[in-house]
Design a protein around this ligand. Structure first.
Ligand code: XIL
Length: 355
């Protein structure tokens, strides 16, 4: 497949990253290395549009650790090579996440010193990527108030086997092995004005404060921003206040996994759906970009040809037979209304306040 004329027309000075750069931002995308390797049009599109990339899965434990003593670096290295060749900055994702524990470890945790295993993992992977990373997601999704703990920590595998200080350990080890990567705490579920996310915001801020009080190295907070079209709650004051609190702690803010789930749109008309999706992006970005601490905006994928929202079982989806249009490029790599909404929001940064 060749890049369509519509995609070529928005390269160069019309690209997302050029518009972002004028307002102190870098635009980026998540990539799936295997799909990228056999798709030269996608390679071109990413090189044209972005200034930073993150690997969707290749640097997670499950990808890197086929066995207790083995490392599989091939896909992660291919990702880093692609970025380097195309002069793109790189985010590492991630060092510790409840959802990426290899099966050999889950099956038989008693056979390992899990604390040492985590430290050694970060030392080995961090040494290989040393000096190459703009930022590393060190801790991912550690907060889950529903687990009932006062500190809001999720009772994850890492928590259960190491204790609440597994987060400190991960950040300290990451800083020691690669002092130039910005160390990031990455989370979901803090975008909306509702009770659940308000509680999550409170617990996330408390965690960040504990990290700083303990003099644990931390540079940035990642707001995943997996948002929804037609959501029942609003995006506004809750998010703005939360971001301002983070800014006042001296931390940077990255929008790390932005996409829009459009299952709640009832119309099947593509133009109508695209418009609602683009409006959802626009409003979120207008609110978020009003805070000057925001430095990076990455979508979780590039084109609707491949989005995690279409992966996995479809039975729980409200629109099981309707592939999601959730990203700035459609399956033919033409820019959608979302592309232009993102660019417009970059252009008007500091001039509009969506909140
Ligand atoms: C997702 C990937 O997109 C999927 O391909 C994979 O099967 C599961 O993980 N929050 C995160 C990401 O931090 O790592 C997740 O990525 C999406 C939610």
């Amino acid at each position: 497949m060749e890049l369509p004329a519509e995609a070529k027309a928005v390269a160069g000075k019309n690209s997302l990253n050029r518009h972002a750069a004028r307002h102190g931002l870098l635009a980026g995308t998540a990539v799936v290395v295997r799909a990228l390797q056999r798709d030269t049009a996608l390679q071109q599109l990413i090189a044209d549009q972005y200034g930073i990339v993150v690997s969707e899965n290749e640097l997670k434990w499950v990808a890197l650790r086929p066995g207790p003593k083995e490392f599989d670096f091939a896909p992660g290295d291919a990702f880093v090579d692609f970025a380097t060749k195309n002069k793109l900055l790189i985010r590492g994702h991630n060092f510790v996440w409840h959802n990426s524990v290899p099966s050999w470890l889950l099956r038989d945790p008693g056979s390992y010193d899990v604390r040492q295993l985590l430290a050694e993992h970060i030392q080995t992977v961090g040494a290989r990527s040393r000096g190459k990373m703009n930022s590393w997601d060190v801790g991912n999704e550690a907060i889950l108030p529903k687990d009932g703990r006062e500190d809001g920590l999720r009772k994850s595998f890492w928590f259960e086997h190491i204790g609440p200080d597994y987060i400190d350990l991960a950040f300290r080890t990451a800083r020691a092995v690669d002092p130039t990567a910005k160390l990031t705490y990455n989370e979901y579920g803090m975008e909306y004005d509702n009770e659940d996310e308000s509680e999550r915001r409170k617990q996330i801020l408390a965690l960040l404060r504990r990290i700083q009080q303990n003099k644990v190295p931390l540079d940035a907070v990642g707001i995943q921003a997996h948002i929804k079209a037609n959501a029942t709650s609003a995006i506004g004051k809750g998010l703005s206040d939360f971001m301002e609190a983070i800014r006042q702690m001296g931390l940077e803010i990255y929008l790390t996994e932005l996409d829009v789930n459009e299952d709640d749109i009832t119309s099947n008309d593509i133009a109508t759906r695209d418009h609602e999706i683009a409006q959802t992006y626009r409003h979120f970005l207008d609110v978020a970009l009003a805070n000057p601490a925001v430095k990076l905006v990455l979508t979780w994928g590039t084109s609707d040809r491949s989005t995690w929202l279409n992966g996995g079982p479809t039975h729980h989806r409200k629109q099981p037979n309707r592939p999601q249009r959730s990203l700035p490029f459609d399956p033919a790599y033409k820019p959608t209304e979302t592309f232009f909404a993102m660019r417009d929001s970059f252009d008007t940064r500091g001039k509009v306040h969506g909140a």
